[in-house]
Design a protein around this ligand. Structure first.
Ligand code: TTP
Ligand code: CA
Length: 354
């Protein structure tokens, strides 16, 4: 199952301030300070208001809309509560962000309790305990479940039975697939690739031209094939990113730049998964193919790019001072996770980054 809060920040505000219910509400920064919409209530979406839109545009579209400043501390607490409710029904919960998670409930299915019932119970529990609605998708894989939860919002429940993946996916617009953002979808529409079926029926050469090394994955998910398991935070040992260099080098400047770029990739994955770790690892493969790894454990858990890069660069200069080698591969990783306790910084970042 994939479960996702409907209009998360806005719904929390409408729950806590009854005068906001049934009204167009947006949570975000002030229009006079070039703020943007973080979350838009479903009432405001009827006017064309969406997340990430400039607040001034939102006000133009619907002058009556109520603008509310975000209360990150509250959203973080609600997120903690909902993840706890999820974990009451299964320990196999993989949070994707503050307001959504995958739940593996395979082991709960029995003669007298079916997947739709499990999902209905979950929705009811969230409504009665938290006073909020979630949309749930139920399917045989993570990718299909996530799409299923997104297509009947708000308060949706969409069930895709095993074998029904292809008929479910094919008529949908390509944008429903994970990893197809606005740039790629514009490119696809130019090629008259509009639906998932259009995409799934492309020859592999075309897909390689558009998606590069990701083409096989795209082909699979457009046919509803996804075998990735639900991974809880405790199980995930490390998050890393590595690259093989075009030419072997010992140039400290070049190596440093790559380390910074890789730290950025790792930070992005950590943010997406709401995780932070305490150990930063640098992996180097020398020209003679020997691999060295150096790691550093720090008192504060890291999550953002600059923090990861700081430790990784320190490890790099230590290696360069102590070895006279050329390198052919570099990797940066973070491990030493605990359940994310402080998500506030992440929300702040996401909010400011809009
Ligand atoms: P989403 O799940 O993308 O959006 P939502 O919950 O508001 O609405 P939907 O019913 O479509 O799921 O994001 C969850 C929260 O994350 C959202 O309430 C506010 C925050 N957020 C931002 O701060 N900026 C953004 O651009 C987006 C998309 C979300
Ligand atoms: Ca949501």
């Amino acid at each position: 199952m994939h479960a996702d809060f409907d209009a998360f920040y806005a719904a929390v505000e409408q729950r806590d301030f009854p005068e906001l219910r049934n009204r167009p509400v947006v949570v975000g920064g002030s229009p006079s300070r070039r703020g943007v919409v973080a979350s838009a209530s479903y009432e405001s979406r009827k006017f064309g208001i969406k997340s990430a839109m400039a607040m001034s545009t939102a006000v133009r579209k619907c002058p009556e809309t109520v603008i509310v400043s975000p209360r990150f501390v509250v959203y973080r607490e609600v997120s903690r509560q909902v993840m706890e409710l999820f974990r009451d029904i299964t320990p196999l919960v993989e949070p994707l962000s503050l307001d959504e998670a995958y739940l593996d409930v395979t082991h709960l299915i029995a003669d007298n309790i079916s997947p739709p019932q499990i999902a209905r119970n979950l929705k009811q529990k969230v409504q009665s305990k938290l006073g909020l609605t979630i949309s749930v998708g139920v399917a045989s894989s993570k990718s299909v479940a996530k799409i299923a939860s997104s297509i009947n919002k708000p308060d949706g429940l969409t069930i895709v039975r095993p074998g029904g993946e292809v008929p479910f996916l094919y008529p949908l617009p390509v944008e429903v697939l994970w990893g197809i953002g606005p740039k790629t979808s514009a490119k696809l529409h130019l090629l008259s690739i509009d639906t998932v079926e259009d995409l799934a029926s492309q020859p592999m050469e075309i897909l390689f031209g558009i998606f590069g090394s990701n083409a096989t994955h795209i082909k699979e998910i457009s046919n509803g094939i996804d075998t990735t398991p639900v991974i809880t935070q405790r199980e995930r040992k490390s998050i890393s990113s590595e690259t093989t260099l075009l030419v072997d080098t010992s140039n400290a400047g070049d190596l440093g730049e790559i380390v910074m770029r890789l730290s950025g990739h790792v930070a992005e994955s950590l943010l997406k998964k709401n995780m932070r770790g305490r150990t930063v690892k640098l992996k180097l493969k020398r020209s003679d193919f020997t691999v060295v790894t150096r790691q550093k454990t720090i008192p504060e858990k890291v999550q953002i790019s600059s923090e990861i890069a700081e430790s990784a660069l320190e490890l790099l200069s230590f290696e360069l001072e102590n070895a006279d080698e050329k390198y052919r591969l570099i990797g940066v990783g973070v491990s030493g996770f605990a359940t994310s306790e402080n998500l506030q910084d992440e929300m702040q970042l996401r909010f400011e980054g809009l």
